[in-house]
Write a protein that binds this ligand. Structure first.
Ligand code: MG
Length: 159
């Protein structure tokens, strides 16, 4: 089986008057993430990691923010659509790994719920889905709490 890897990245600013949603989990916080969709940067970074591994474009090309269909979209549904396309192209998702960088809130208490959500959407065992979190040690705008960043990697087999 040939193995392929894809890298995904996303960032969103805090400040939106809506819930903070990451990996499909609503996390108590004083502000949500701005964005055309629900701002779920974990789902967005994972979409790009999967699409990158398959060389099938990126989330902006599949779900353009000029398209009203994706306004306030549930990003886990976008991730499900990406997974559908990856599987339709005869790839098998082997594992995914995510790192969220944010000063607040603390995400460790929510990591297991995020893993479970992502595993369900991707059709993977929880052991193939990793979610990690760290701060930016108060450096730069992320360290000042203006927004958060997500890095993701996906491994595919086949094709
Ligand atoms: Mg995004």
């Amino acid at each position: 089986m040939r193995q392929r890897f894809g890298l995904g990245y996303d960032s969103h600013t805090f400040g939106a008057q809506r819930p903070l949603v990451l990996g499909g989990v609503t996390i108590p916080h004083d502000s949500g993430l701005a964005g055309h969709s629900d701002g779920d940067a974990v789902a967005h970074a994972l979409c790009d990691a999967l699409l990158g591994a398959a060389a099938m474009g990126d989330i902006g090309r599949l779900f353009p923010d000029t398209d009203a269909r994706w306004k306030d979209a549930n990003s886990m549904q976008l991730l499900a659509e990406v997974k559908r396309r990856i599987v339709a192209a005869s790839y098998v998702i082997v594992n995914v790994d995510v790192t969220v960088v944010t000063e607040a809130p603390k995400l460790a208490p929510h990591a297991e719920a995020m893993r479970a959500n992502l595993a369900a959407v991707l059709g993977l065992p929880a052991g193939a889905v990793s979610v990690k979190a760290k701060t930016n040690e108060q450096m730069d705008d992320v360290g000042a709490g203006k927004g958060l960043q997500v890095f993701a990697i996906a491994s595919l087999g086949g094709a």
